[in-house]
Design a protein around this ligand. Structure first.
Ligand SMILES: Cc1cc2nc3c(=O)[nH]c(=O)nc-3n(C[C@H](O)[C@H](O)[C@H](O)COP(=O)(O)OP(=O)(O)OC[C@H]3O[C@@H](n4cnc5c(N)ncnc54)[C@H](O)[C@@H]3O)c2cc1C
Length: 299
């Protein structure tokens, strides 16, 4: 029996563990893939306070070591469902069952990929999903951007501020985002938008070297040489399995500002919950609050 079971070993889950352990609670962290979460894929993090520049994996290694030294238990297991049995939560994984007095869901999101061959291998090697995080590497250069909704429009505006040119490609013949954002993009002289373009191939082996698009109207193929592309086609939460205990909106978990869900004893933090800014520092913020709320409930 653990005081707190944390689902997900990314920045929010690891920070929740830190705060829970400092309150003398027993903590089990369940992680299905890699301790460290999404940021471990980023070659360069330049917006985490106190550290000018660090790789995502080095940053999360520091977080993991910190909570390991404090006595957190870790298991590499994939959580499949959580059930409430009286005042106890039963957490079922691909290996079995764990029992906890509270549960913190910190399972993050995955950026939606295009599912093309070589995409996985080129992540962080020219293929990026977060312009806030990785855009500054291309300051003063031309960048390629795929997407047509709010995040992509925001990325276009952001990148146009320090890149010489933003080549933006949209699948359909119009944008889907907020009109005000659409206008902002149209006002940018260095953003060139091409509609009706579907990315069909990544070129390059060790690093991205080019992109092949198919025009959805003419079916003509066109290749562009580039060492970068920002793919902004949405994020995928994976919370249907928790819908018995938490409220969801478009798949994201609804919490109050204390990270409480609709079920007392269950908390959610980080990218998995409905919120505007999804960054390491905001994930850590959420994790600290979720842990303190769980500690309050336990006490
Ligand atoms: C390429 C890239 C670069 C980025 N760069 C930056 C940057 O420079 N600065 C910045 O601030 N932010 C950056 N971000 C965003 C940042 O990574 C996220 O905001 C942050 O990682 C969110 O932390 P989290 O703990 O909420 O979720 P995640 O980091 O997604 O961690 C969730 C963890 O839960 C695990 N998990 C999921 N489901 C289960 C399950 N069923 N059972 C067990 N474990 C599960 C996952 O495997 C994962 O390890 C970047 C993101 C990406 C993808």
């Amino acid at each position: 029996m653990h005081d707190i079971i944390i689902i997900g070993g990314g920045p929010s889950g690891l920070t929740a563990a830190l705060y829970a352990l400092r309150a003398n609670k027993s903590v089990l962290i369940l992680e299905k893939e890699n301790f460290g979460g999404q940021i471990a894929n980023s070659p360069k993090v330049e917006n985490y306070p106190t550290i000018k520049e660090i790789s995502g994996s080095d940053l999360t290694d520091l977080m993991v070591n910190q909570v390991m030294d404090m006595g957190a238990e870790f298991e590499l297991e994939d959580v499949e469902k959580v059930e409430k049995n009286g005042s106890i939560f039963e957490v079922y994984t691909n290996y079995g069952k764990h029992e906890g007095k509270t549960v913190i869901i910190a399972n993050g999101v995955r950026h939606r990929t295009l599912g093309l061959p070589k995409e996985e291998e080129l992540i962080g090697k020219g293929v990026y999903y977060c312009a806030v995080c990785d855009g500054p590497m291309y300051k003063g250069k031309e960048v390629y951007l795929i997407g047509d909704a709010n995040t992509a429009l925001q990325y276009a505006v952001l990148l146009s501020g320090y890149c010489t040119k933003v080549h933006m490609f949209c699948l359909f013949d119009h944008f889907f985002g907020d009109p005000i954002l659409q206008d902002r993009v149209r006002e940018k002289e260095n953003v060139e938008v091409t509609f009706n373009m579907n990315l069909v191939e990544y070129k390059g082996e060790e690093h991205l070297e080019g992109l092949v698009f198919e025009n959805t109207q003419t079916h003509e193929l066109k290749e562009f040489k580039t060492d970068n592309v920002f793919v902004s086609v949405g994020q995928i939460p994976d919370n249907d399995k928790f819908a018995n205990l938490v409220e969801l909106e478009k798949g994201f978990i609804l919490t109050d500002e204390d990270m409480c869900t609709k079920t007392p004893g269950i908390y959610a933090c980080g990218d998995t919950r409905k919120k505007a800014i999804k960054q390491v520092v905001t994930a850590c913020n959420d994790g600290a609050i979720a842990a303190m709320s769980a500690v309050k409930y336990l006490n």
